[in-house]
Design a protein around this ligand. Structure first.
Ligand code: PLP
Length: 362
């Protein structure tokens, strides 16, 4: 009987990840602000390299990712030997769970933390533990209180998705120093590039043996569709992760395109500056009409409504206007909508539509 064929424990507890919607039936001129994508797209140089890479599709890719690792290391001032590349940072998160957490182990994530931490923990057979935040901000003391001898991993996104908030370097250092001996701290820096002069925790990685940082090309670099991310950690951790990484996990096209993208500093800086400017404008425009948000350090705003009903009704109205934003009830934030900072026209459109809704003209 097929019922005798059962997956490993934990796997059937996984709720399927829901990506941001990309289209609306019967609505033209749709603006997608639901997946924190870069509205300006990737570097032109990266696109050119991607096109050219099609000529070598019959060749297997390099297994050691050397050129990409060295380009990343040069831009960020890191040791290339301790960089690992993955199919999105999601894959690096999965490697960490597979390598360090199994049945009987606990993996801590925060109340409004990224969905993949829970999914990858369950996939590895470990038990995800949700820890409260303080007013949508990571609470270091609550995390330390939740640690015990079973805690193997602690995941913190800084800045966090979907709250957009972040905690300072001294708080992160205090967390790393206070963890049990067997616990690895993972600093998810998917949005680190949006914070000027922020290293995402790289210095802390260098100065300790229990901290790993993950980064991605999906957000600031505008390459969500390419699927490239990376991690930076102590030698002992990177050695372990490389043992479970598939030798050909990244195609040559992925590696060469990401390499061109990270080298194009001009594009990266321009995208960050535009995001900072438009994020401030959007937050202000929404606050003026009674939709507050925490100061965001990322490329989205978590708009707070009075009730879950109001958030959902507003979302329904935005859809009729061709605007797709993200409901975040699954992140314990049913009264909020997460709105990606788009280009200027999209920001104006979404602010206008929320105003129409709030003023009852919808
Ligand atoms: C988008 C995002 C990622 C990146 O995922 P990729 O697999 O690199 O596309 C990782 N962590 C958080 C918190 C994110 O929001």
């Amino acid at each position: 009987m097929s019922t005798d064929i059962q997956p490993q424990p934990g796997i059937t507890d996984i709720a399927l990840y829901e990506g941001g919607a990309a289209s609306l039936d019967g609505v033209k001129d749709v603006v997608k602000l639901s997946s924190n994508e870069n509205p300006f797209g990737p570097s032109e140089k990266a696109v050119e390299v991607y096109s050219k890479s099609s000529r070598a599709l019959h060749r297997y890719p390099s297994t050691d990712h050397k050129n990409l690792r060295e380009a990343i290391a040069k831009v960020h001032g890191l040791n290339a030997d301790r960089v690992i590349c993955g199919v999105g940072s999601d894959e690096v998160i999965a490697f960490l769970c597979q390598a360090y957490a199994g049945p009987g182990d606990e993996v801590i994530h925060t109340e409004h933390g990224f969905a993949m931490y829970r999914i990858s923990s369950l996939a590895a057979g470990a038990t995800p533990i949700e820890v409260k935040e303080r007013e949508r901000i990571t609470d270091v003391d609550a995390i330390l209180d939740a640690c015990n001898e079973k805690t193997k991993l602690v995941f913190i996104a800084n800045p966090n998705n979907p709250t957009g908030t972040m905690i300072g370097g001294s708080e992160i250092a205090r967390l790393a120093a206070g963890l049990p001996k067997q616990t690895l701290l993972v600093l998810d820096g998917a949005y680190a590039e949006y914070v000027e002069a922020f290293d995402g925790g790289a210095n802390l990685v260098d100065s300790r043996e229990n901290v790993v940082m993950t980064r991605t090309f999906s957000k600031l670099y505008g390459l969500g569709g390419l699927r490239v991310g990376w991690g930076y950690g102590p030698k002992h951790v990177i050695d372990v992760l490389n043992r479970i990484r598939g030798p050909f996990n990244l195609s040559q096209a992925q590696m060469e395109t990401a390499e061109a993208a990270v080298k194009d500093r001009e594009h990266a800086v321009r995208c960050r500056e535009e995001n900072t400017r438009l994020r401030a404008w959007l937050a202000e425009a929404l606050a003026e009409i009674g939709v507050p948000s925490d100061t965001s350090c990322a490329n989205f705003i978590l708009a707070r409504f009075a009730t879950p009903e109001e958030a959902n009704t507003c979302d329904d109205y935005l859809k009729t206007q061709g605007l797709i934003v993200r409901r975040v009830a699954g992140y314990n934030l049913p009264h909020c909508l997460r709105i990606t900072v788009g280009d200027e026209a999209s920001c104006r459109r979404v602010a206008h539509a929320v105003r129409q809704f709030k003023e009852g003209k919808a």
